[in-house]
Design a protein around this ligand. Structure first.
Ligand SMILES: C[S@@+](CC[C@H](N)C(=O)[O-])C[C@H]1O[C@@H](n2cnc3c(N)ncnc32)[C@H](O)[C@@H]1O
Length: 250
C-alpha cells in the first residue's frame, strides 16, 4: 500500500495548534489553577532523570529536549544544579547525539549530589563549577571551559530573584551563539497572581521580582534574541512559559 508522506503537514498542524494554545488565555488560566493545586504535592519535585532528581515539570523537560535535539549545541551551560537531574538529562541527550558537553554551576554543590553526578555514566560529559553564577570568577571559569568556536546554549535555573536573573542574563546571554537557545526557568512566577506564588520554597519570588521580569528587562536591552512563540505556546502545565528565547541567526 502506498501511503502519503504527511510529515510536513503534521508538523505544520502542530505549530498552528501550539500557537493557538499560546493565545488561549482560558487554557493558560486553567493550567495555572491546576499547577497551584499540584504544588500542594510538591509536583515539581516528584521526578527523576536516569536516577537523579530533576526539579522540573515534564512539559519543560520535553521542550528542552526538543531544543537540544534540533540545535545540537556543543556546550550547554546550566546555572542551578541542585541534585543534578537536569544536568544528567541534558548530558544524556548529548551522549546520544554523539558530541557536546554540559557545564553546571551552583553556589552549593553538596558532597552527596556531586558524588551521585560524578558516578553517573554520563559524568564524563559534565563539568561542575562551584560558585555564585554571577561572580566574575565563576563566569571566567565557565568561559574558560568553552572550546573556541563552540555553539552554546544556556539554561538559567538558580536564584530566581529579578536582580540575580538579570545579572545572569547579562553575564551568560552574550555566550549564547546564533541559532541556540537561552532558557530562563520559572518564568511562570511572573505570569501568576501573587496569591498563586509557591510558598513552600527556601525563597519566595513574587510577581515583579522573578525570572520573567528579568527576561523582559533583558529583552528590552538587546535585540539578539527572539521569543519562540510556538514552543512557549504549548508550555502549559509548565514552569517556564515564555522562557525559551532563541539567539537570532546572524
Ligand atoms: C531550582 S534549583 C535547580 C534545579 C535543577 N536545575 C534541576 O532541574 O534539577 C536551584 C539551585 O540554584 C542554586 N543557587 C542558588 N543561588 C545561586 C547562585 N547565586 N549561583 C548559583 N547557584 C545558585 C541552589 O543552590 C539550587 O541548587
Amino acid at each position: 500500500m502506498i501511503t502519503k508522506d504527511d510529515r510536513q503537514e503534521f508538523e505544520a498542524h502542530k505549530r498552528e495548534m501550539a500557537l493557538a494554545l499560546g493565545r488561549d488565555k482560558e487554557a493558560f488560566r486553567q493550567s495555572l489553577d491546576t499547577l497551584v493545586t499540584l504544588d500542594r504535592y510538591d509536583y515539581a519535585y516528584l521526578w527523576s532523570w536516569m536516577g537523579l532528581p530533576i526539579i522540573q515539570m515534564p512539559a519543560d523537560i520535553m521542550a528542552t529536549q526538543e531544543v537540544i535535539w534540533a540545535n545540537r549545541p556543543d556546550v550547554i551551560i546550566e546555572t542551578g544544579v541542585a541534585r543534578g537531574g537536569s544536568l544528567i538529562f541534558m548530558a544524556s541527550l548529548l551522549k546520544v547525539i554523539g558530541t557536546g558537553k554540559v557545564i553546571g554551576v551552583d553556589i552549593d554543590i553538596r558532597a552527596h549530589n556531586r558524588e551521585a553526578i560524578e558516578a553517573h555514566p554520563v559524568a564524563p560529559l559534565i563539568t561542575l563549577i562551584e560558585g555564585s553564577s554571577t561572580e566574575v570568577e565563576t563566569v571566567a571559569q565557565v568561559r574558560d571551559a568553552i572550546p573556541p568556536g563552540a555553539s552554546v546554549m544556556v539554561v538559567l535555573d538558580s536564584d530566581h530573584s529579578r536582580e540575580h536573573v538579570l545579572a545572569e542574563l547579562r553575564a551568560y546571554g552574550p555566550l549564547v551563539t546564533p541559532g541556540q537557545y537561552l532558557v530562563v526557568a520559572d518564568t511562570l512566577l511572573g505570569q501568576s497572581e501573587a496569591s498563586q506564588t509557591p510558598t513552600k520554597r527556601s525563597a519566595i519570588w513574587y510577581p515583579g521580582d522573578e525570572p520573567y521580569a528579568a527576561l523582559n528587562a533583558y529583552l528590552a536591552e538587546t535585540d539578539r534574541f527572539e521569543v519562540d512563540e510556538a514552543l512557549n505556546g504549548k508550555l502549559v502545565l509548565a514552569s517556564s512559559p515564555g522562557g525559551y528565547v532563541r539567539c537570532k541567526s546572524v
